[in-house]
Write a protein that binds this ligand. Sequence first.
Ligand code: AMP
Length: 546
Amino acid sequence: MIPSTMQDFPLSVAAILRHGARVYGGSECVTWTGGGPPRRATFAEIARNAERLASALARLGVRRGDRVATFCWNNQEHLEAYFAVPAMGAVLHTLNIRLFPEQLSHIINHADDQVVIVDDNLVPLLARVVNELPAVEAFIVVGDGDASPLEANGAPVLRYHDLLAAEEPGYAWPDMDERSAASMCYTSGTTGDPKGVVYSHRSTFLHAMAVQSASMVGITEADRVLTIVPMFHVNAWGLPYGAFLSGATLHMPGPFMQPEHLTKFIAQEKSTLASAVPTIWNGILAYGEQHEIDLSSLRSGTSGGAAAPRVLLERFEERYGLRIIQGWGMTETSPLGGMAFPPPGVEPGTSEDMDWRLKSGRVAAGVEMRIVDDSGAELPWDGEAVGEIEVRGPWITGSYHRDPAPQKFDDGWLRTGDIGTIDDRGFFQITDRAKDVIKSGGEWISSVELENHLMAHPAVAEAAVIGIPDPRWDERPLACVVLRPDTTATSDELAAFLAGKVARWQVPEYWTFMDEIPKTTVGKFDKKPLRAHHKDATLKIEHIER
Ligand code: AMP
């Protein structure tokens, strides 16, 4: 054995910041303001503000390892906190602004957040829990809107811009152990209590390298990236840090998440890439049916967080020539686990091309994946065998914050709770969440597959399928359907539409029509309330002949 001669240089958020500010100092963060001109700041300015913010936080008593939370939209100040907090050695905790009050106070207290940075227009939401946060020592309000409701806590309520104005740039970023905590994010809690995932400097750096690599999102200095995915949803999928490594300009929508604003932003600022969950893409598509929109600057879109229906990808391609590429990941996986770029030789725009793009992803370099059966035995990569997906790697969590949760791990692998297949080239397909799979007569029905077929029907805007108890078959699918405005379709018609696309016995005989499918805090279909409504017998269910 000979020792390597390589320097033991720590991978850190400060290193990402230094690179972006130095090499791509002229790249920008552009924040949409809804009406007036967007706010612009160069990466060099962001870096100087991050230094000022770190000085201000240090003056407030924030030390290494202390938690500083953000309760913010995607905007310039949030980006400054993304760099300042980890680079000074503290831990950034991005709070999901859509959590129920009891979940919000629970995670702020569980993470032991000492400082909370909050956008002024979100003060009313945070104020709902302000009396339940004994450990918070200061609130820092971005903007000059009313912040008086926060005063009930007793901790000082300070203004972001005053704090920064009082400081000079030039904070000396400390040397960090690359394994120390940089930031944390709680899972959305759709399957139980939210669990805290803590990212290290090392995992953040390596993940950002992966994000900007050409086989993943592939961003460069020539890109302008509209980060629709919230900065509280798994680090905005790593795009802010990836942008500082690659020089890509960041487009931040602020609170203006409506399709009208997003599409104006794209057209005006010529975004080249946009990242969002399928429900947001769907909203843009629906808006585009009624309004003239210009997406011609987009060279690509990315969709993740839930399976993108085929019809969604097809319509964007047909109407706007926009190629949306799916990715897969979780809060626990930083999130990037794979992207579904078709292999070479497949003609873009063909149905074969679409088949590949409907895979959930191809395993990212740096991530190892396997599928296992119920007994834990590994299954072959043949594209046929179905099992639980397990992953490990340098940006995959190995436990949870103050909760080792051994049931979520299998011999060093994270059990994802996702069920699917992998083929011999590492393309994997999620067929369902383990808890959503419908077990009918000893066979499995994929709720995702039924939903995707249903949403291809011209009259269907949204569809979610859940398993309901059945005395004969154990479970049968109940299709919950939202029709498009001014359209009609009966359950018989929709069942006939499905027949031929899936095996006959998989076609649901139970149907219910509703105004909207409930959504989770990050905009995915939320099946928990649907199951609860079914249990309480508050759904009006039609039963048709099979
Ligand atoms: P979250 O931690 O909230 O980001 O949720 C992670 C979960 O979202 C995964 O375990 C999957 O169930 C789901 N998910 C993410 N990306 C995809 C995708 N491309 N296709 C299907 N499900 C996905």
